[in-house]
Write a protein that binds this ligand. Structure first.
Ligand code: CP
Ligand code: NVA
Length: 321
């Protein structure tokens, strides 16, 4: 079953397939007798955390494919309180073709997927962000970068900030594309040596010549880069750590000085929401090198591809072959 927990669940071919489907027109499928691929079918969108972009882009992508999105707040179903995550998943599987979820504990996603698979449901699980990963955003980021640069092999990407869920999925996606990736984070908020080695293995697996390295110096990371990327310093669920993080991340703001050491035609990305004056200055976010609104718009483009890929077994048109 094509579940998507993080980017490295995908083969390089599957990753390419999602990117192709994302920018392809909607094709009819015999499964829905000529209608769009999700005609008459539900897609559950289960959220344990807030969202602006992910919820709206996914709802509109589902509608664009002829389906019906149902937004569900975690408190309504009470995961592991009112009933188990497995029972929530199987219940939603009775009504929906796809189960998408934004969760704190990444482990909930394979638990829900395992329950669906084990009970014979043909329902993929898509990660809409967990504490560990944010693959749907990373797909949108690659679409944005490809639109700007064409082939990304050999291009350099500097992620400046917390080695968090966003960084993890972004680095994996960039390595799938053969990019040279630098991750600049303060000590204690960087990837472990073991995780870096595992990411480097992914670069080898993709066979596109990507590289990854970590640094504790923001300027070292940004030097000559084709793209600078950042995310919030305090992610959802880490609010109690905010004061410590503000102190630890001093010097890791993407500001005009840091941007000036990147390539002269570098682009700046941010998954949003942004905190101006923390991880990025207003002048960079609103400046001519920022592509954050293109990136936000491509969240829907990405969802269009991910949804079709996840139900490819029931799509008979060219788009999903
Ligand atoms: N970038 C992103 O996932 O935004 P939301 O949290 O608003 O969905
Ligand atoms: N790292 C951030 C990403 C928000 C889209 C968070 O998890 O809150």
């Amino acid at each position: 079953m094509p579940h998507l927990f993080d980017i490295d669940d995908l083969s390089p071919d599957a990753f390419d397939r999602i990117l192709t489907l994302a920018v392809s027109p909607v094709r009819p499928t015999s499964a829905s007798e000529g209608g769009p691929v999700l005609a008459g079918q539900g897609v559950a969108l289960l959220f344990e955390k807030p969202s602006a972009r992910t919820r709206n882009s996914m709802e509109m992508a589902v509608v664009g494919l002829g389906g019906h999105p149902v937004y569900i707040q975690a408190a309504e179903v009470g995961i592991d309180t009112r009933e188990t995550a497995e029972d929530v998943a199987r219940t939603l599987g009775c009504y929906h073709r796809i189960l998408c979820a934004r969760v704190f504990d990444h482990g909930l996603l394979p638990r829900m997927a395992g329950a669906l698979d084990g009970s014979g449901f043909n329902v993929p699980v898509i990660n809409l962000l967990s504490d560990d990963a944010h693959p749907c955003q990373a797909v949108a980021d690659i679409i944005t970068l490809r639109q700007r640069f064409g082939s990304l092999a050999g291009r350099s990407l500097a992620y400046i900030g917390d080695a968090n869920n966003m960084a993890r999925s972004l680095v994996k996606a960039a390595l799938m594309e053969g990019m040279d990736v630098r991750v600049a984070s303060p000590a204690g908020y960087d990837f472990s040596t073991e995780e870096l080695a595992s990411l480097a293995q992914l670069a080898t697996k993709s066979g596109r010549g990507g590289t990854v390295r970590s640094t504790n110096d923001a300027a070292d990371g940004a030097a000559g880069a084709d793209a600078l990327y950042t995310d919030v310093w305090t992610s959802m669920g880490q609010e109690d750590e905010r004061a410590d993080r503000l102190a630890a991340f001093a010097g890791f703001t993407i500001d005009d000085a840091l941007l000036s050491v990147a390539s002269s035609d570098a682009v700046v990305l941010h998954c949003l929401p942004a905190h101006r004056g923390e991880e990025i200055t207003a002048s960079v976010l609103e400046g001519p090198q920022s592509v954050v609104w293109v990136q936000a718009a491509h969240r829907r483009t990405a969802m269009h591809g991910i949804l079709q890929w996840s139900i490819a077994d029931s799509v008979t048109g060219d788009a999903a072959t």
